[in-house]
Design a protein around this ligand. Structure first.
Ligand SMILES: [Mg+2]
Length: 189
C-alpha cells in the first residue's frame, strides 16, 4: 500500500541557506523544523530530503563531506524523534559541473528525478504527498513529479497565503497549521 511522503528541500528549509553548506559547524537549523516534520511523521508520511548539490560537481567540496554532514543531520533529526527515510542529491550542473559532472540530469531540480526515485523507493502516493521548498524550482520539481501539495517557505510572509498553484507559508508552524486545517488541502490549479 502506498503512503504519502514529505519531500523536503534542504538549504533554506531545514537549515539556514548560507550557500554550499558542507560543514557540520556551519549548519543552523531553522526554527520549527523538528516540530513540523514530527507532525507529518505522526500522520504517516515518509520523510525524504531532496537536495541539489552542484557544489560537489563544481569541485567546492567532496561527496564524503556531503555524506558526513547528512549523517549528522539524520542523527540530529533522530535525536528529536524524527526519522528521515531517505536522502537524495544531484551533484551535476549543466554549465558549471567539472568533467563528468557537467551534464543535464533530470535529478537536478527543477527536474522531477529525485522525487520520482523517492516515490519508487519509499512506495509513495505522490498525489497525496507534499513538497516543501524555498525556491520556485523546488515547486516546479514537485509539480513535474505529480506531488499533490506544494508549499513555498517564504519567511518574509506572515502566516499562510495562497499562490496560484501552491501555498506560501511564512514559517514551519504555519505549515503545521495547514496540515491541521486539512490533512491534504486541495491545490488550486
Ligand atoms: Mg533551498
Amino acid at each position: 500500500m502506498l503512503r504519502p511522503g514529505l519531500l523536503l528541500d534542504r538549504d533554506g528549509v531545514i537549515n539556514e541557506e548560507i550557500g554550499y553548506l558542507h560543514r557540520i559547524e556551519d549548519c543552523r537549523f531553522i526554527d520549527g523544523i523538528f516540530e513540523m516534520t514530527r507532525a507529518f511523521a505522526r500522520r504517516g508520511f515518509a520523510l525524504a530530503i531532496v537536495t541539489n548539490q552542484a557544489g560537489i560537481g563544481r569541485g567546492l567540496y567532496g561527496l564524503d563531506a556531503f555524506e558526513t554532514l547528512m549523517r549528522w543531520v539524520r542523527d540530529t533529526f533522530a535525536h528529536h524523534g524524527v526519522t528521515i527515510d531517505a536522502v537524495y542529491h544531484c551533484p551535476d550542473h549543466p554549465s558549471y559541473g567539472i568533467g563528468a559532472y557537467r551534464r543535464e540530469n533530470s535529478w537536478r531540480k527543477p527536474g522531477p528525478g529525485m522525487l520520482l526515485q523517492a516515490a519508487a523507493d519509499l512506495g509513495l502516493d505522490l498525489a497525496q504527498s507534499w513538497c516543501i521548498g524555498d525556491r520556485a524550482s523546488d515547486l516546479e520539481a514537485g509539480r513535474a513529479a505529480g506531488v499533490g501539495t506544494l508549499v513555498l517557505l517564504d519567511r518574509s510572509v506572515r502566516g499562510l497565503a495562497r499562490g496560484c498553484a501552491h501555498w506560501v507559508a511564512g514559517s514551519h508552524s504555519a505549515i503545521v497549521e495547514l496540515l491541521e486545517i486539512d490533512g491534504r488541502p486541495a491545490v488550486a490549479t
